[in-house]
Design a protein around this ligand. Structure first.
Ligand code: LLP
Length: 465
């Protein structure tokens, strides 16, 4: 029930109120602040996936990434079902694993029928180890090494070729007996409104071929029997709330496909990339997964009709909108510093090392206090991390109840690009992650230890004590 989902109710003098109806699977996860299974239990504590968050912290430590299986599977299904509903041709959803790459997350995506988009040898290795079929892996990257290209060829995945150097290297490396499947990434020249660091489709981007070189690219590939070009790809950016840029992109890709039809190539797929935004704060208003997919499908179908082309297999590769709303990060509250007339800081036991997005992109987040869910919101505080960096602030202005050290702060919508961009800054061990389902928690990433932190350190002999 939309109106009673905890994350929809704010500033009513109370924190988020309990769910009364748990049949939330029709909600689009990217429009929610909290995972779909979030509830407040009889101890006034936040519960996710049937697990009391405060108990999870007792058991697994703090900070803790908490992933809700229902939310992740629901988002995967919504993409897949919407494509089946609105696209009369074949389709495939790829999970952009850069948003969060680990064995368990890749395995869940694959078990929902999704393929995986990887951007490095490490992500490819992870996807393969999680059991994903190489037929459904697409290997991106704007500067893949020779070793990575060889790894890609050997695995049997599709290599998304980004530039001429890579295309020529692949033509050298690929075996004639077993042609390598490739996709061509293009820079479509479509602008969208998002942070400049996460915009990729405008012409001044480091990614992809200039569309003006397409004839040359197609002519080159058509002379290479060891390269089997099956797909054209473009990605215009991330955290996008408008639907129009992706609809325009569908039309542009169909134009490129028309051009390809003049060459002896067997391109049968178009990939519109990822980019659908999610709700980090109440003012974020992204379209639902269903609406976004519908827009892309309709644009693709009508562009193909216009150009009198058969419908290609339609691919998209969402990352943030699949994993972002699935996860929250729990922290334990520590020190407090009052700066009279200016602000009060409260500090948690993590920060920019487990969530570098606020300091990198000035990203906004929302918080609840997991052990006081219905306490009145009486204070506006700044939530700081524990790093030696003044900018290490997770939320500048958080509306909170009266709190004390030991309280469990839960920051919402932290699944995308938090763990995957986490660091050991100040030699903090990276947090653990648990997957919650039906009242049980399963460890999917072990908490790093101090031994892990120095694992790669080497002490030259002359420095050995
Ligand atoms: N496909 C390609 C080729 C991409 O480059 C990306 C994201 C995606 C798919 C997935 O996009 P999504 O659906 O997640 O928007 N670290 C930044 C985001 C960087 C996005 C990079 N590319 C952040 O924390 O906001």
């Amino acid at each position: 029930m939309l109106s009673t989902h905890p994350a929809q109710l704010q500033n009513s003098g109370h924190q988020y109120l309990p769910l009364t109806d748990t049949s939330v699977k029709n909600l689009s996860p990217n429009q929610e602040l909290l995972p779909l299974t979030a509830k407040v239990n009889s101890s006034d504590c936040l519960e996710i996936g049937g697990c009391d968050v405060t108990k999870l912290v007792e058991e697994f430590g703090s900070p803790l990434y908490i992933l809700d299986e229902v939310t992740l599977r629901t988002a995967c299904r919504q993409y897949r079902e919407a494509l089946a509903r609105y696209y009369p041709g074949e389709s495939l959803v790829l999970y952009a694993s850069k948003a969060w790459s680990c064995l368990a997350v890749c395995a869940i995506a694959a078990s929902e029928g999704l393929g995986i988009d990887v951007v490095s040898g490490g992500e490819l290795y992870t996807a393969l180890k999680s059991g994903v079929d190489a037929d459904k892996i697409y290997f991106h990257g704007n500067n893949k090494s020779t070793a990575e290209l060889e790894q890609g060829i050997e695995s049997g995945c599709t290599i998304v070729v980004d530039n001429w150097l890579e295309l020529r290297n692949l033509a050298e490396l690929a075996q004639a007996a077993q042609p390598t499947r490739i996709a061509i990434r293009l820079t479509p020249g479509i602008e969208c409104h998002t942070h400049e660091y996460i915009r990729t489709g405008h012409l001044d981007s480091k990614f992809g071929f200039d569309p003006n070189s397409l004839d040359e690219v197609f002519a080159f590939i058509s002379q290479k029997p060891n390269l089997n070009c099956i797909s054209l790809h473009a990605h215009i950016g991330s955290q996008i709330f408008e639907s129009q840029p992706h609809k325009d992109l569908a039309g542009v890709l169909v134009d490129y496909l028309t051009k390809a039809s003049h060459y002896d190539l067997s391109i049968s797929e178009l990939n519109v990339g990822g980019g659908l935004g999610i709700r980090y704060t109440e003012s974020d208003d992204p379209p639902s997964i269903d609406t976004w997919v519908q827009g892309v499908c309709e644009a693709m179908v009508s562009a193909c009709k216009r150009q009198q082309l058969p419908l290609p297999k339609l691919l998209c590769e969402p990352g943030r909108s699949l994993i972002g709303p699935t996860c929250v990060t729990a922290y334990t509250l520590g020190s407090r510093k009052v700066v009279p007339q200016i602000r009060t800081y409260v500090a948690v036991d993590g920060g920019m090392s487990d969530n570098p997005r606020p300091i990198t992109y000035q990203s906004l987040y929302r918080v609840v206090v997991a052990n006081r869910m219905s306490a009145p919101l009486t204070e506006t505080l700044t939530i700081a991390g524990k790093h030696c960096e003044s900018g290490d602030v997770l939320i500048k202005e958080a509306t909170l109840p009266k709190t004390e050290p030991g309280d469990i702060f839960v920051i919402m919508s932290t699944g995308a690009y938090n763990y995957s961009m986490a660091s050991n800054y100040n030699r903090l061990p990276r947090p653990a992650a648990v997957l919650v389902r039906e009242g049980e928690a399963h460890l999917i990433l072990q908490r790093e230890t101090y031994q892990d932190v120095i694992r790669q350190d080497r002490l030259p002999k002359f420095l050995t004590p």
